[in-house]
Design a protein around this ligand. Structure first.
Ligand code: NAD
Length: 498
């Protein structure tokens, strides 16, 4: 396709008064403690304040450490079945309250309501998964190679876990950490992103209703994340930190963790390559690329960040993707029919505009979109950039927005080298109908996960995590439980008896 397609609808879709009234009630019903100092939570679709949450200072955060730590031994002493039953009740309550949670997610984070509902399905499944995993056999028996002894390996909870989550998946990032911590027998202190704390308060409330002891999970919201982590991670009662967020902040937290040699799990930034070969099924590739790019408005760590398309299929692919992107309906995520909500804040919108302008100045072609939308919220058009030069800043940065940045390539070897030329290594995507090529390229990508002919690879059974500067450790699956357990062994001397 040559010129730009029809622009994204600039008419922003608005929710009905009835929906707004329902959501206001839902927000009012989130129970959380009051505090002398409060911090505002804003609606990214309007920029207006929704409510306030406690703004805890470091001394209060340390008090929360003490409270959670004191609740730990009793929880660790419960049988696996008791913990499993409580987790399962928590899952059931989340499903019972799915619509309320989805409304909260959309209100505080902005994603369209159908996507928020999908997050409830995805996020709750971690709770169900770990309810099931809690009672699976752990530990094993090994023979000492030289004989004369038997090794018993056992698992113990790692201890008080500090969980720090980002704003982009307010439910799933919390459940992916809290559920394995509880399953393993650990107390937890969670600090949600200050931009999106309501979902966390709500689901932790449901966990208590399900039977999780009141003190066991502490929620700490604060406007000073740096002071929080300095105080909390230096407390010797803390034994683990699990963080999801940017690589820069992850490095700061690893510095703190080093002081007390904390077990550390880091889910950090991404720069996912998505590769479409000439022998791909075009429709699958377009739909997969759209999903991998546009889920969460592009604000996902596994979003297709660099789209590489082979020369023979490139024109048809660009045309197909442009058509889908141009059809995006932008607006408040609570309005019917919206497929692209606001970005999280103004900074994100300015960053999109700067990246697009730089790419165009360096020779990229805008196929659709390309502009910030005038509104009180933070909106940017669904955008396709074609023939992106590799020198453009957008080709070398985590975009985190609805801009599909397409580069072209000619050979498999060339695209593998370009795909791996990044310090990140979280996700990659390969589209081809040739099984050998799919597996060979997946093997060659330096990423923790690869979507083959599909754009939404994560679920509760998947050991999600990154290589290189995208992180340490895995979340979800049986491996996600390992992160909250110490593996110990007993060496039992054996001698003959008669
Ligand atoms: P961020 O790093 O700015 O913030 C993440 C969390 O860390 C928030 O709760 C924030 O308040 C807190 N934080 C910030 N500075 C801190 C400090 N000094 N000490 C303690 N906590 C601190 O990231 P973000 O903008 O919220 O999220 C976007 C980033 O997260 C992207 O880079 C994205 O790729 C990454 N991410 C990664 C994954 C993954 O699983 N790998 C998942 C989602 C998001």
């Amino acid at each position: 396709m040559n010129g730009a397609a029809a622009p994204t609808r600039l008419q922003l879709a608005e929710p009905t008064a009835e929906t707004l009234a329902t959501v206001a009630t839902v927000v009012q019903n989130v129970t959380m403690p009051r505090n002398d100092r409060q911090v505002e939570v804003c609606n990214p679709a309007t920029g207006r304040v929704i409510t306030t949450v406690p703004d805890y200072d470091p001394a209060q955060a340390v008090q929360a450490v003490a409270t959670a730590a004191a609740a730990g031994p009793d929880w660790a002493a419960r049988t696996p079945r008791q913990r499993a039953d409580i987790l399962r009740r928590w899952y059931d309550l989340i499903i019972e309250h799915a619509e309320t949670i989805a409304l909260l997610i959309t209100r505080e984070m902005g994603k369209p309501l159908p996507e928020a509902r999908a997050e409830v399905v995805y996020g709750s499944d971690f709770v169900r998964w770990y309810a099931e995993e809690t009672v699976r056999p752990a530990g094993n028996v090994r023979e000492v190679p030289a004989g004369g002894a038997t090794l018993l390996t056992r698992r113990a909870p790692v201890g008080l876990s500090v969980l720090i989550t980002p704003w982009n998946f307010p439910l799933a990032m919390a459940t992916r950490k809290i559920a394995p911590a509880l399953a393993a027998g650990c107390p937890a202190l969670i600090k949600p992103a200050t931009l999106t704390p309501l979902t966390t308060y709500y689901v932790v409330g449901l966990a208590r209703r399900a039977g999780v002891p009141d003190d066991l999970i502490q929620v700490v919201t604060t406007s000073d994340a740096a002071a929080f982590s300095t105080a909390v991670l230096s407390d010797s009662r803390v034994r683990k930190v699990s963080f999801t967020g940017s690589t820069g902040v992850g490095k700061v937290l690893l510095g703190h963790a080093a002081q007390n040699v904390l077990r550390s799990s880091m889910e950090l930034g991404g720069d996912a390559p998505l590769i479409v070969f000439d022998d791909a099924d075009l429709e699958r590739a377009v739909n997969g690329a759209y999903a991998a790019k546009m889920r969460n408005g592009g604000q996902s760590c596994i979003a297709a960040n660099r789209i590489f398309v082979q020369d023979g299929i490139a024109d048809a692919f660009v045309e197909g993707l442009t058509e889908k992107m141009a059809a995006a309906v932008v607006g408040d995520g609570l309005a019917d029919g919206v497929t692209l909500g606001p970005l999280i804040d103004d900074r994100a919108v300015s960053s999109m505009q700067r990246l697009v302008d730089d790419a165009v100045a360096k020779g990229a072609a805008v196929r659709t979109g390309g502009r910030a939308i005038e509104a009180s919220g933070h909106f940017f058009e669904a955008t396709v950039l074609d023939r992106l030069p590799s020198t453009a800043e957008i080709a070398n940065t985590e975009i985190f927005g609805p801009v599909a940045a397409i580069q072209r390539f000619s050979t498999q070897a060339e695209v593998i080298a370009r795909a791996n030329a990044t310090e990140y290594g979280l996700a990659g995507y390969v589209f081809t109908e040739n099984l050998d090529r799919a597996l060979n390229v997946a093997d060659a990508l330096q990423t923790g996960l690869v979507g083959i002919n599909q754009g939404v690879p994560s679920n509760a059974a998947a050991p999600f995590g990154g290589m290189k500067q995208s992180g340490l450790g895995r979340e979800g699956s049986a491996e996600g439980l390992d992160e909250y357990q110490e593996i110990r062994f007993y060496n039992v001397a054996r001698r003959e008896t008669h």
